[in-house]
Design a protein around this ligand. Structure first.
Ligand code: SAH
Ligand code: SF4
Length: 378
């Protein structure tokens, strides 16, 4: 069963977007915030007080920043919006493990973000944890053949504040509804490496101890294979994790599934990844979405084994999440298991990913499908 009705006011205190023409305060780096408060005649340390409220509290307006002088609170509210995003609707999956929100941007566009909660393992090990999946663009220009976001086309890049606010939205909510978010994956709508500066600026503030203070190794950027972005990431001081959406180990098939492969074929992609690994020492995760009768045959598993030889990698296999308008279907479970055992037998670290939030279309590649249908029928 699907709970499809919007739940009223489900997340903290949803703040309406006041003064939509103003930029969001989360678009500012800490250095810019320091500059701003100095310009407003205040000591620079006020910037850290403000970032404490913005990144580590549950307040919903400048007015509530009780340790700031009233004049500063008013000056901030005249120049900035407290939130970049407004909550349009929230859907909650039946078992409560997945929560998806559609967040309205000031220009009327919409992005979606998903919170996934993982319980403690059945053997009692591990701990309850939450992972957040955020969007980096409205739509996506890459247009992968099986992805709902690709289907909607591309509208624009998100600003750093708009990316950050998705995370802050859930960080505030999980402060009152644990477990707290530990991991953030940039696997929502859009190709993060095509919006490099804003994505990395958002991550910078998520990991800065004076802002949200999360662990940098808990940030995963997922790419469809934009090599210039991988090269930049290789040199970037922010040591984020990298996931590559591969889906096929030969060019003919991959170009059908991920059109970007025509421009950046597999051999070039692998060269960039070897370079990335030799310079950063970090393992690369590969996402492999299993499409029935398309990329799930045993010989394709053997191709993948050959391709990954010599690279420290982790493969995530995931049966495709169905999308109404898209003519692909998930691989049957026994086929996924066979593929999995071929990789494991070859010594490749490989997990079959649990599907979460299917009932609210909150799974990978399903974002935006519902909203698009709603607005079409409106
Ligand atoms: N653009 C980036 C990140 C967003 S997509 C990328 O492609 O990596 C996040 C993940 O969802 C990617 O691995 C993508 O291939 C996968 N995905 C897209 N559509 C899907 C679908 N219908 N079912 C399962 N996974 C899908
Ligand atoms: Fe874009 Fe990723 Fe979807 Fe491909 S899978 S269209 S890159 S969001």
């Amino acid at each position: 069963m699907t709970i499809s009705a919007p739940i009223s006011a489900p997340v903290g205190r949803p703040a309406p977007i006041d003064g939509a023409s103003l930029p969001p305060i989360t678009d500012l780096s800490l250095a810019e915030l320091r500059f701003l408060v100095t310009e407003l005649g205040q000591p620079a340390l006020r910037a850290e007080q403000i970032s404490g409220w913005v990144y580590r509290s549950t307040i919903a307006s400048f007015e509530e920043m009780s340790n700031l002088p009233k004049t500063l609170r008013t000056a901030l509210a005249e120049r900035y919006r407290f939130v970049a995003l407004d909550q349009r609707s929230a859907l909650l999956s039946v078992d409560g493990e997945t929560r998806k929100v559609a967040l309205a941007l000031a220009d009327g566009e919409t992005v979606e973000s998903v919170l996934m909660r993982y319980p403690q393992r059945s053997d009692g090990t591990g701990s309850e944890r939450a992972t957040l999946c955020v969007s980096t663009q409205v739509g996506c220009p890459v247009k992968c053949a099986f992805c709902a976001t690709g289907l909607m086309g591309f509208a624009r890049n998100l600003s750093s504040g708009e990316i950050l606010d998705q995370a802050l939205h859930f960080l505030r909510w999980t402060r009152q509804n644990p477990p707290i978010v530990r991991n953030v994956v940039f696997m929502g709508m859009g190709e993060p490496l095509l919006n490099y500066e804003n994505t990395m600026a958002a991550i910078d503030r998520l990991v800065d101890p004076k802002c949200a203070g999360m662990g940098v190794h808990r940030m995963t950027v997922s790419t469809s294979g934009w090599i210039p972005g991988i090269t930049r990431l290789t040199e970037d001081p922010l040591a984020v994790r990298l996931a590559v959406s591969l889906h096929a180990a030969n060019d003919d098939l991959r170009t059908c599934l991920v059109p970007l492969n025509k421009r950046f074929p597999i051999a070039d992609l692998m060269d960039a990844l070897h370079e990335y690994q030799s310079k950063t020492g970090r393992r690369v995760t590969f996402e492999y979405t299993m499409l029935d009768g398309v990329n799930d045959a045993p010989n394709l598993a053997h191709q993948l084994v050959s391709l990954l030889r010599g690279l420290d990698s982790h493969v995530n296999l995931m049966p495709m999440n169905p999308v109404a308008e898209i003519p692909f279907a998930p691989s049957p479970w026994p086929v996924v298991e066979d593929f999995h055992s071929i990789l494991r037998a070859a010594g490749i670290i490989c997990t079959v990913r649990r599907q979460m939030g299917r009932d609210i279309k909150a799974a990978c590649g399903q974002l935006y499908a519902d909203l698009k249908r709603t607005s079409n029928s409106a």
